[in-house]
Structures are given as structure tokens and as C-alpha cells.
Design a protein around this ligand. Structure first.
Ligand SMILES: Nc1nc2c(c(=O)[nH]1)N=C([C@H](O)[C@H](O)COP(=O)(O)OP(=O)(O)OP(=O)(O)O)CN2
Ligand SMILES: [Zn+2]
Length: 119
């Protein structure tokens, strides 16, 4: 079994209205996103084509989130809730006969990140 991943970045603004601290105020991050699939190589020797993975993530996630105001898309957009939303946007498109979505990781800052595996 293989794990195969591709990393992405997007810029977005948010505020955490249910949080008491500096993140209640409007501010922005350059988020890093890692999308990982689990599976076995197909007849081309690929678990998933990195190019296809990029196209799907761009279409389903980055086109929506990049340069957005996250609160208009995801309620209380913590890294946890963003990771879950991304999983939901990708799960169907990243289900193939030989592999499926395994993990979504969202970095809010260089040092802080959340891992979501569905469920
Ligand atoms: N479990 C979570 N905790 C926090 C989240 C989150 O999504 N999940 N988010 C925030 C804020 O959005 C905040 O922007 C991050 O705060 P902080 O770690 O303070 O960010 P900085 O790296 O910019 O901190 P500095 O020390 O000011 O450089 C908070 N918590
Ligand atoms: Zn923040």
C-alpha cells in the first residue's frame, strides 16, 4: 500500500467569532494544504497522476478558497473546520478503483497544522 501526497498553498482571510483572543479580529494566512491518497499503482505505475490530483484540488478547493473571506464559505473557519470542509469537497472526486482520499492536512502557520482523516 502506498501513500501519495501533493502540497498546495492558498491565501485567505478569516476571523474566529466564537474565539476569545486576537484571532477574533479579521486577519489573514497563507495556508498550506497537503492532500494524501492511499492505494496501489495502476497499469501506468501510478497510484494517482500528480497532474490529475492538482487539477482536481484546484477546481474543487483552491478556486473557491484562494483570496477568499473564509467566513463566507466555512462557519467558524478554524484549521479543523477548514480541513473537514476540504475533505468533503474532495472525497467523491478522489475515489478511484485503486486509491482513495486518506488524509487532509492544513497548516495555518508554519508551526500549526491539523490532520483530518474523515469520519
Ligand atoms: N486549534 C486551533 N487553534 C487556533 C486556531 C485554529 O484554527 N485551531 N486558529 C487560531 C488563529 O486563527 C490564529 O491566527 C493563529 O494564532 P497564532 O498561533 O497566535 O498565530 P501566529 O503564528 O501568527 O502567532 P504570533 O505569535 O502572533 O506570531 C488560533 N488558535
Ligand atoms: Zn487565523
Amino acid at each position: 500500500m502506498y501513500l501519495i501526497s501533493r502540497d498546495f498553498k492558498f491565501d485567505a482571510a478569516h476571523k474566529l467569532e466564537k474565539y476569545h483572543g486576537k484571532c477574533e479580529a479579521l486577519h489573514g494566512h497563507t495556508y498550506k494544504l497537503r492532500v494524501t491518497l492511499i492505494g496501489i499503482p495502476n497499469e501506468e505505475g501510478m497510484v494517482v497522476d500528480f497532474v490529475q490530483l492538482k487539477t482536481i484540488v484546484q477546481e474543487k478547493v483552491l478556486k473557491v478558497l484562494d483570496h477568499s473571506y473564509l467566513n463566507e464559505i466555512i462557519p467558524q473557519p478554524t484549521a479543523e473546520n477548514i480541513a473537514k470542509w476540504i475533505w468533503q469537497m474532495l472525497e467523491e472526486s478522489l475515489t478511484f478503483s485503486n486509491c482513495k482520499l486518506y488524509e487532509v492536512i492544513v497548516w495555518e502557520t508554519e508551526d500549526c497544522f491539523v490532520t483530518y482523516r474523515g469520519g
